[in-house]
Ligand binder design. Structure first.
Ligand SMILES: [Zn+2]
Length: 1101
């Protein structure tokens, strides 16, 4: 196993919870990881480490792609011994044994903020705190920025939430909380989609068959509403538990009367603008649900196989353009067609050709030795094909097929097709053929580009009642639109002998058999392809012409396309998806033959069926619905539903029974929510939903909005992918691989196997994934998230615990006087804050996740905190070095806690409630909650570090890494134990660097030994001098662009100070404190509380 060992002192993260150095096993070998994609985690496949030794002292840790940067700094502190603090916290007996007389002078970290989050209990407490103090409302009201509007897409109110819902709402919450910190007002109104078939079906399924018969529309609607409201309540509780901030007391529900009224208003506007019409058109029809379906209600499962047939129709007349030379074939000439829906043959009213294709008249010759079995069947792979009688029909010895397909068809039909002549498609127009099953003539017509030679024969069987393209061609030639199929998908009497047969089963078979019997079937074979299924019943649908209400997308398609171009799509490929969908969209069928929905407010004349619907009738119904809800449509009489002017004629009308497509419901939310709620308006700043909504809510919202107000209802549209399990498989009940967000947060039945991680760990996972594609989740990933969460918590705990005695107003050290190491730490803080802010602004939350993790582990824990402990614990309570360090820690605390707040709001608030000092807002008022504090404004000074200084510190950190390697070797060779036992020598061939290094030896926190955490460090004037020294552990390395570096490690000079464990030659020279070094005796002599005088400065963060 290619495993490199990195180590991090646990104390640098957890401070005093445990002082056993925790080592992190860093698996670098590619094979141990599965890379999700460029930006996401490397997921360790979870090889367990079997050695008990490993298990005890090693933990897995995931690092994102900066792990290569992690490596150099990592080998740092296994060897660190931070004596005093450790000693002071040990049991009394041990303290005496180890001589703890100075323990009271050590400044131990103190905080009640525990390392253990106890999220299952603590998070709800924090949520109650927010609710009781109306934090969201108050902060939003106080913020002076403009209102930020993220408009919520309504989930269906028909079941428990799944992990996809959690991903969606948590992403929205990141955005809202970030905007709130940026000073914007945030009004987030959550919504629910409450109408529609799924709920209707749930109600029906929950009832006994007898009770179902008794069900009136009104009873059904009451039950459906109860079911929806109950579900809304349950889902609402879950969303709140995720820590999602919203106006939960006033959500929008599509069943609310005011919502329904606004929706009727949108519909009325579209009627007024002439975009709504009634017509007989083929629509996707679900026989199993007995209703029309929208494109968004279809799915295309794998594995559908149709019975496809080749059939020939005999030509009886030729058109004017038919070539003279081919006319003598006509008595025995047929047109060959191919279809995957034989049941549509009874509705055939034309054959279409492409006028740009070349066609051939071919003669059918049968090979003398047939490879077919006697019954005419043969096996092609595993698929059975059947040759029909049509190939032996003397009336059809000549066939018209596309020239390009002659060879293909020869092999398919197992015949020789002799080309007798060719002709362009246009020459076939106005020829007439006789229907193979019914005695009626139909024309050959010019279809369009949709007719190709990719499959079939190049001639298309056309049934305008059963296909979209067929319908368009039918309109062009005024073809009859036959659709002899009823609501249940059975043939009607118009289909003659086929009456009563189901078109999707026995009806289809009967048509094929009839064609064969009539000697018009050339061949039949199974054909696997994508076929639309009803997404709810999982049964196949058909195309069927019915009387429906349509929104004429054609009427505003150009406007819709230009609106799309004005919206910002993220990820950008979303624009192509929705553009293609809208430009290919035929008119939108908006009527449904269901009960649980908003009625189409139309009346029909009893005598002639003419619809009555105009602005007057619509606004009358709209007002009734606003006051009484849409139930009124069902329980009120026509007389009352009609406005005054029409009441006299009420007896001549009936009310329509269709409801609107639920996509029209949710697609009207820009009007019903953004258009009616205080502070909101259309267009919204952001819509954010799953990528399947390009054909769902994004589109229905766009279409209604463009139709009514001429523009899109959103400025920006973000999409996220689906959540898959750790192996990348779709979650399903049958796979038993679902991850329930409730269990993630609160834990499962077996808390050992499924511990409750709390909402913040779930949220951290959401931040960690590149949500623009599909994302993975599983137990292993969650455990990693929990580890990283704990590390961040440890970082914040270190900050809190070392500020227990710090008063920002009096103890802060002015920036100018800060040591270099502190200035450099602030420089890094300022930069990481900029980067984090940018990652939030660009919605790249995974970048936030990587940045904060790297910052906490590499920059803080491994370096700054590691070096800071010396001065914090033993530097003297009020010493300058301790106060300057605390000045930096305060800045870090106040910045980091706010930077993580959008993603980890519970932890951030928990930290805020444990602040050891009071934070005041600009107006002098006390800041009680982290979100009141706003986004941290960094001090301009922090970035004022010169380029030279920055470069120098980067070099110094490289040198530190190299020094650590030699120290590690010395420790391995038992020369030293802890790093404080050592003295480091260094030299370099680079003179400028050498001079700069020499400067470090004087001022305390910047002294090289403090940075290396050794007792001494000596810079030697030349490498020659260095190599002549008698030092056992040495190493030479090359610093990038800066020449050679030489490092040596020997045992430290002098003796070990009892208090700080640093070695000094001065130990033993102080009469009253013979066991102390010069620093410690100074601290003790002046009282631990006395140190350099501090200046007052304002912490501007
Ligand atoms: Zn000391």
């Amino acid at each position: 196993m290619d495993a490199r060992v990195a180590s991090i002192c646990c104390r640098s993260l957890s401070c005093c919870a445990s002082h056993q150095p925790v080592q992190l096993l860093w698996l670098s070998s590619e094979e141990h990881f599965r890379s999700r994609n460029l930006n996401s985690l490397l997921v360790c496949k979870g090889r367990s480490i079997h050695s008990p030794l490993y298990r005890k002292s090693f933990q897995h840790l995931l690092f994102a792609r900066y792990s290569s940067e992690f490596q150099p700094n990592a080998a740092s502190s296994k060897r660190r011994g931070r004596g005093p603090a450790m000693l002071a916290m040990k049991g009394d007996r041990e303290k005496e044994k180890e001589g703890g007389q100075y323990k009271a002078t050590v400044d131990l970290p103190q905080t009640s903020f525990s390392l253990r989050a106890n999220s299952v209990v603590r998070e709800p407490e924090i949520q109650s705190l927010w609710e009781a103090n109306k934090v969201l409302e108050r902060v939003s009201e106080k913020n002076d920025g403009s209102t930020f509007i993220l408009h919520d897409g309504p989930p269906y109110a028909n079941g428990d939430l799944h992990i996809g819902h959690a991903l969606n709402k948590i992403l929205k919450d990141f955005i809202n909380r970030f905007q709130l910190l940026q000073g914007r007002k945030v009004v987030f109104v959550p919504g629910w989609d409450c109408h529609g078939l799924p709920i209707e079906l749930k109600v029906l399924q929950s009832m006994e068959p007898e009770a179902r018969k008794e069900l009136t529309p009104i009873k059904l609607r009451k039950k459906a509403a109860q079911f929806a409201l109950k579900t809304v309540e349950q889902q609402c509780r879950s969303f709140k538990r995720y820590g999602v901030w919203a106006d939960w007391s006033k959500p929008y529900l599509t069943l609310n009367p005011e919502y329904e009224a606004a929706q009727i208003g949108v519909f009325g506007q579209m009627v007024l603008k002439g975009h709504i019409y009634r017509g007989k058109k083929p629509v996707h029809w679900s026989p199993s649900s007995r209703t029309a379906l929208a494109e968004a209600e279809l799915e295309y499962p794998d594995g559908h196989t149709s019975r496809s047939i080749y059939s020939a129709f005999k030509i009886v007349h030729v058109g004017d353009n038919f070539p003279e030379s081919l006319k003598n074939f006509v008595p025995a000439l047929g047109v060959a067609i191919w279809t995957t829906t034989p049941w549509t043959i009874p509705a055939n009213t034309a054959v279409s050709v492409n006028d740009n294709l070349q066609y051939a008249v071919v003669q059918v010759h049968h090979p003398s030795q047939t490879s077919l079995a006697e019954d005419g069947s043969s096996k092609v792979g595993t698929r059975t094909k059947k040759i029909g009688n049509g190939l032996h029909n003397p009336d059809l010895q000549y066939l018209v097929v596309a020239l390009d397909l002659v060879e293909v068809l020869e092999s398919k039909w197992n015949v020789k097709l002799e080309i007798k002549g060719t002709l362009p498609g246009s020459a076939l127009e106005h020829c007439r053929y006789v229907h193979p099953l019914f005695q009626r003539e139909s024309p050959i017509v010019i279809g369009g580009k949709y007719i190709t030679t990719e499959s079939g024969t190049g001639l298309v069987h056309t049934a305008p009642g059963h296909g979209q393209e067929d319908f368009v061609t039918g309109q062009k030639y005024d073809l009859p639109m036959l659709s002899p199929v009823d609501d249940e998908g059975n043939f009607t009497e118009d289909a003659g002998d086929f009456k009563g047969l189901s078109v999707l089963s026995e009806g289809n078979v009967a048509v094929v058999e009839a064609l064969d019997k009539a000697s018009h079937l050339l061949m039949e074979e199974p054909y696997a392809h994508k076929y639309p299924y009803d997404w709810r019943t999982k049964k196949p649908t058909i195309f069927r012409a019915t009387e429906q209400w349509f929104a004429s997308v054609e009427g505003f398609k150009e406007a819709a396309l230009s609106a799309i171009a004005n919206v910002e799509w993220f990820p950008p490929q979303g624009e192509n998806r929705i553009t293609a969908m809208v430009s290919g969209r035929s008119d939108w069928c908006i009527s449904r033959q269901r009960t649980w929905g908003v009625p189409i407010p139309v009346f029909y004349n009893i005598k002639n069926g003419e619809p009555l619907m105009n602005p007057k009738t619509i606004s009358h119904v709209q007002e009734i619905i606003r006051q009484k809800g849409s139930d009124a449509w069902w329980y009120m009489g026509v007389e009352d539903l009609l406005p005054e002017d029409y009441k006299q004629e009420a007896e001549h009308y009936v009310k329509g029974s269709d409801t609107m497509d639920v996509w029209f419901d949710s697609g009207s939310s820009w009007a019903a929510v953004l258009g009616t709620r205080k502070h909101l308006k259309s267009p919204a700043d952001v819509y954010l939903e799953g990528s399947d909504q390009h054909r769902g809510w994004f589109q229905s919202s766009l279409l209604t909005s463009v139709a009514v107000q001429g523009s899109a209802p959103y400025k920006k549209v973000l999409t996220h992918g689906f959540v898959l399990d750790e192996k990348g498989l779709k979650m399903s009940k049958s796979n038993n691989n679902g991850i329930d967000p409730k269990v993630v947060i609160e834990g499962g039945k077996n808390q050992k196997e499924a511990p409750g991680y709390g909402a913040d760990v779930l949220r951290l996972w959401v931040a960690s994934v590149d949500y623009t594609g599909d994302v993975l989740i599983g137990e292993h990933i969650l455990r990693q998230m929990s580890d990283i969460y704990r590390k961040l918590r440890g970082t914040l705990r270190f900050l809190l615990s070392n500020l227990h005695d710090f008063k920002p107003e009096s103890d802060t050290v002015n920036y100018e006087r800060l040591p270099m190491i502190d200035k450099y730490a602030l420089f890094q803080l300022a930069n990481v804050l900029d980067d984090i802010r940018e990652s939030y602004e660009c919605y790249h939350f995974y970048k936030f996740y990587q940045l904060i993790q790297r910052f906490a582990v590499v920059d803080l824990s491994n370096f700054y905190f590691d070096t800071a402990k010396d001065r914090l614990y033993v530097g003297g309570t009020k010493s300058f070095t301790r106060r300057s360090c605390q000045t930096v820690l305060v800045a870090h605390l106040l910045c980091v806690v706010r930077a993580i707040a959008p993603v980890l709001p519970h932890m951030a608030e928990d930290v805020w409630q444990h602040l050891p000092f009071t934070h005041f807002l600009k107006d002098g008022s006390r800041c009680h909650h982290v979100f009141e504090a706003g986004w941290p404004q960094t001090d301009a000074h922090w970035k004022s570090l010169s380029k030279d200084d920055v470069e120098y510190w980067r070099t110094l950190l490289q040198i530190r890494t190299e020094a650590n390697k030699i120290l590690e070797a010395a420790r391995g060779g038992k020369l030293i134990g802890a790093s404080l036992d050592a003295k480091v020598f260094l030299s370099t061939t680079n003179e400028a660097l050498l001079a700069r290094l020499a400067q470090h030896t004087t001022e305390d926190p910047d002294r090289l030994c403090r940075i290396f955490i050794t007792s001494q460090a000596e810079v030697l004037a030349s490498v020659n001098e260095a190599t002549s020294l008698d030092v056992k552990y040495t190493g030479t390395s090359t610093l990038e662009g800066l020449g050679d570096l030489w490092i040596g490690v020997s045992k430290a000079d002098g003796s070990k100070c009892e208090r700080c464990w640093n070695y000094s030659v001065k130990v033993g020279s102080f009469e009253n404190h013979p066991t102390l070094c010069e620093r410690c005796q100074g601290v003790i002599r002046h009282g631990a509380g006395l140190g350099a005088k501090c200046e007052t400065a304002v912490v501007a963060v």
